[in-house]
Design a binder for this molecule. Structure first.
Ligand code: FAD
Ligand code: MG
Ligand code: MG
Ligand code: MG
Ligand code: MG
Length: 551
């Protein structure tokens, strides 16, 4: 429909005018939230739970602050310090929410229900299956790991996705050191056991390598002096550089620092097989190479959860990795289902698909041409609905409408600049190339949760549009502008009290002061004062006493 698509209809009056009497008698609509990660909890935190009957389903009854997971792997921060119990969050905010600790294994969009399974079982058969129905479903299931079907990875590698993963890594690192310290172990075997390989040179892999290196030089060399010379850390990265989602300056800085630290970075290598003591990798120039290793951590890419895969099949979103939503975060062609965070991606409507409608709307006097003023009057609304227009103008250093259409009609018209539909199309023909997809980060997930909660909180003000964000195509309707990601920058901790940061406005900073910025940002981002206290005291403890090297 034009409403969910082109969007220009939304000039019609709708929302605020109908805000008068909220229907008190009607039963509350049921909202079911799947997942208590970044997206799910940020939605729940901001949702006005008195307006809905809210049920939350997740196999983990806590929220985990994932950016600090790498710090857990070496005991810089304790696992307890980065998790916040979900029930405690609700209790603290006095929110009336029902929580089920269970896994959703099927979303049935036609019956508006989700099928769940509890790990502990709910009846005497030990069968913990149950069904929960909904009016609105918020899918915030995140992503899972992705081995790209590389043989041996599942069996032999460690991962870094959940809190338990990080704890396992911590135990195994120490195990390796103890094993290599045993008598009657050859030097060659020691070298193998103490060879730590990280597969994947993204932010997580790099941060883990840096953590491990710090743990080694700051703590372990003192405790295991006899074997320190046998330790080696290697990063294997398929791309040409590590941290390739960051500014080049940061990637170069990280590679330099790792070189100085003695961390080997193998770029241009793809791991093709992992056995219990050998990693086989392949590069274009060198062919296949196998190296002995003691511990391997796989951190190369994220995959789709089976339940999401199954749901996508059901609704015809095949050959995709994540659920496709519109700009209001509603899953395409699904009534009342929204998806946020790593399990979803937004399909931005192309301006070229709506260009004729836009032209007609803007042409108030029906002259068949647009004047500068006519375009100016709608430009702001257009930029809200199609953010790529603003990005395009910025990238082309265009200041105003005049600059935008100059290119299509040449300079000749000077004062009386008017364009017909063909010229209008020509002026905007490259705009859609600026459509950007949002990354799979906590920052995006949290912003989406926050945005969707705001939409839900206002939904009852729009009686004529009960499905809320579905029809809030909102050109000019401020409450329900499409979701827009605001990038606040990103950090890459590199060890040795150094970090790199990329902040908005092309601002890059690296070194020790950036590490302090990192400490303060990550302390402030903690979800509660309790976890903030714990994290900060873990850091302090580490500064004073070093890390705890027991398991
Ligand atoms: P998640 O946070 O993964 O939440 C998914 C939720 O769904 C979980 O509660 C899970 O238990 C639940 N769930 C899973 N399966 C089911 C099921 N079948 N039924 C019901 N519930 C289910 N991002 C940043 O922006 N900055 C960083 O510094 C950063 N560092 C990271 C470091 C590591 C080690 C990792 C792994 C990720 C990091 N990220 C970072 C990425 C960030 O964690 C994710 O982008 C973010 O968690 C996505 O949020 P989400 O809510 O979509 O998914
Ligand atoms: Mg979530
Ligand atoms: Mg999380
Ligand atoms: Mg998600
Ligand atoms: Mg006109």
């Amino acid at each position: 429909t034009a409403a969910s698509g082109g969007g220009l209809v939304a000039y019609a009056d709708s929302a605020a005018e109908n805000a008068s009497e909220p229907s008190q008698e009607a039963p509350k609509k049921k909202v079911v939230v799947l997942g208590t990660g970044w997206a799910g909890t940020s939605f729940l935190k901001d949702l006005d739970c008195s307006k809905y009957e809210v049920k939350v389903i997740s196999p983990r009854n806590y929220f985990a602050f994932t950016p600090l997971l790498p710090s857990i792997t070496c005991g810089t921060v304790e696992a307890r310090s980065i998790v916040e119990p979900i029930r405690r969050m609700f209790e603290k905010k006095k929110k009336d929410v029902t929580f089920y600790e269970a896994e959703c294994f099927k979303i049935d969009a036609s019956k508006k229900a989700v099928h769940c399974r509890s790990a502990v079982g709910t009846n005497f058969d030990g069968n913990g299956d149950f069904i929960v129905d909904y009016d609105y479903l918020v899918v915030a299931l995140g992503a899972t790991l992705n081995t790209f079907n590389t043989p041996g990875v599942m069996e032999h590698c460690y991962f870094l996705k959940e809190v338990e993963d990080a704890q396992k890594i911590r135990r195994n690192v120490i195990d390796c050191f103890e094993k290599a310290s045993l008598p009657n172990i050859s030097e060659e075997e020691k070298r193998r056991i103490l060879h730590f390989v990280i597969i994947g040179g993204g932010p997580t892999g790099v941060e883990f390598a840096a953590e491990l290196h710090d743990f080694l030089v700051e703590d372990l060399v003192k405790l295991y002096p006899a074997i320190q010379d046998f330790v080696k850390i290697t990063i294997i990265q398929s791309g040409e550089h590590i941290l390739n989602m960051f500014d080049q300056r940061i990637a170069a800085f990280a590679e330099m620092k790792f070189k100085r630290d003695g961390i080997e970075v193998n770029t241009g290598f793809r791991v093709v097989k992992v056995s219990d003591d050998l990693i086989t990798m392949k590069s274009k120039s060198l062919g296949e190479v196998s190296v002995p290793y003691g511990m391997a951590v796989w951190s190369a890419g994220i995959g789709t959860r089976p339940v999401i895969m199954d749901f996508m099949q059901q609704i015809g979103q095949t050959n995709r990795r994540v659920l496709a939503t519109n700009e209001w975060l509603r899953v395409h062609e699904c009534d009342g289902i929204y998806a946020i965070g790593d399990c979803a991606s937004i399909t931005q409507r192309k301006i070229m698909e709506d260009i004729s409608t836009i032209f007609e709307m803007a042409d108030k006097d029906n002259s068949g041409t647009l004047t500068l003023k006519e375009i100016n009057d709608v430009l702001e609304d257009i930029c809200i609905r199609y953010p790529q227009v603003e990005l395009y103008m910025k990238s082309m250093h265009m200041l105003d409408t005049r600059d935008l259409i100059k290119d299509a009609i040449g300079d000749s018209h000077k004062e009386s600049m008017v364009v017909d539909i063909e010229e209008f199309k020509k002026a905007l023909r490259h705009v859609d190339s600026q459509v950007k997809s949002v990354p799979a980060t906590a920052q995006v997930a949290a912003q989406q949760g926050h945005y969707l909660a705001k939409c839900f909180n206002k939904m009852d003000q729009c009686k004529e549009q009960p499905e809320g964000p579905l029809r809030m195509t909102g050109l000019g309707r401020h409450n329900f502008r499409p979701f827009r990601y605001k990038h606040l920058g990103q950090f890459a901790p590199l060890g040795g009290e150094q970090a790199a940061a990329e902040l908005p406005g092309d601002w890059v900073s690296m070194g020790h002061s950036t590490q302090w910025l990192w400490y303060s940002v990550y302390a402030s981002k903690q979800v509660s004062w309790r976890t903030r206290m714990l994290v900060v005291s873990d850091w302090t403890r580490r500064f004073i006493f070093g890390r705890d090297s027991s398991r």
